[in-house]
Every structure is written in C-alpha cells, then in structure tokens.
Design a protein around this ligand. Sequence first.
Ligand code: THG
Length: 262
Amino acid sequence: MFIIGELINGMYANIGKAIKEKDKSVIQKCALSQIQAGADALDVNCGPASKEPVSDIKWLVEAIQEVTDKPLALDSSKPKVIEAGLKAAKNKTIINSTTADPEKMEIILPLAKSYKAKLIGLTISAKGIPQNKDQRLELAAMIVATCMDKEFPIEDLYLDPIVMPVNVAQAQMRDILESIREFKIISDPSPKAIIGLSNVSQGTCTRSLINRTFLTMAIAYGLDAAILDPLDKDLMDAGISTELILNKHIYCDSYLDAYRRK
Ligand code: THG
C-alpha cells in the first residue's frame, strides 16, 4: 500500500496558522512525523482559507523539501496552484487531481506529462459527485480513454471513486468499494485505485474505528494507495495486517515491527 500522509492541509488549524505566519518548523515537523510513522509521500494542500495559494504552495513545497526527498501530492483544484507546486518541486510529484471534465484534463494532462508527475483522476464531472457505481465507472473510463489518447502512461494514473462520509451516504459505501475493484479491469495495463480515507468518517464520533474498518475493506477490494493520517497507529497496523492476510508480506511473529523497519 502506498501511503500518502494527509496532515499538511491548511484545513487543520495548526497548519493553516503556520502557512499564514510562514512558520516553516511546524510544516517540517509535520512532514517528518508522518514519514517516521510510515508515509511514502505527503499530500500538500494550502486549505480553503489560503488567499494566495500559488505562492503558499511554493512556500510549502520548498519548506518540506528542506527536510525530505519523499514524493509530494500537490492537492488543489486550481491548475495554476498545481503548476506552481510542480515548478518548485525537485523530487517526484503526484498531481492531486484532475476531474473527468475534458476542459480540465486538457490543462492537467500536458502538465503531468511535461513534469513526469503521477496523476490522480477523480470520478467527478461538471454534474458533480456520482451517486452510484455505474456513474463512477463511466467517468473512470472517460479519464482512462483521455489518458490513452494523450499518451499519458496508465500505470501512473490513480483513479479515486470519491469517498463520501458514511453518515450522509451510507447506501453508497458498497458502490465505492466495488468501483475500486472494477477500476482495475478498465484497461490493461491497469490504472491504480486510491481513496481519501478520512472523508468516510467525517462527522462521526468513532472516526478512527470507521477509518480502519473501511481501509481494511478497501484493501481487500484492491486499493493501491490511500491519503490518510499515518499518525493513527491502529489504522496503520490495520493496513499492514490486512496486507499480511492477503499474502502481500511474509509472516513472522513480530511482523508489525519488521514491516516498520523495512
Ligand atoms: N481524494 C483526493 N484528495 C483528497 C481527498 C480525497 N484530499 C483532501 C481530502 N480528500 C483528504 N484529506 C483529508 C484531510 C483531513 C480530513 C479529511 C480528509 C479531515 N479533517 C478534519 C475534519 O474535517 O473533521 C479536520 C480536523 C481539524 O480541523 O483539526 O477529516 O478524497 N484525491
């Protein structure tokens, strides 16, 4: 499982404040603690309150790069913000994200290609978030077809079914899980599947439990990557144990320690 740490997001009060006050040490500590906990990459999102997201993302990328070479997932709906992040980044990047809209893909795909970035494609269109599996798969197929047409490597494409909070969309959880499985058979080579995990538990009072239950299920349905809170140790342990049971790691009595030391 490829883990993208979600905590460098201006939506969190401490990060929003650090961005505003240009306090590098808060960001750098947050980066290092997520990596220490097992993150393979870091999501970078200026948050809804940022008034200057183009300069803020540049500042964030530069601050993070002073302490780590891990890949950065540049998280913005604005192509100009993503481009500023790509320009500032010295290491691997993941564009988070494009939608299935042709106009959006027209702008994002050339950026992904010229910066050799991986790409997250959200199954969302101008009509909004899909309400069932068929709508998700239709948008996923559109994204895959456009990538093929524009010669973007499908192995570098991560499809995201858009996880909704279980307390407002309980009837959609099964569709989301089945979408993950079916994304993988859209084409050969296959696109990968990713989710923003914490969305599932927003507004609930048992967040950690719901997060790790959903992660376990999503991995069983073929999930390749997740944006999540790597500081949640029970969550990380659930992910490692699920992969063990699916025969993705060799077993020993101390497999959790052994996995972390890798
Ligand atoms: N898919 C993709 N990218 C994404 C998402 C996705 N990026 C953003 C988001 N969803 C994933 N990241 C988070 C980060 C935080 C939370 C949820 C998802 C979260 N935050 C607390 C809340 O809203 O309750 C904030 C707590 C606080 O303010 O301290 O839940 O789906 N591709």
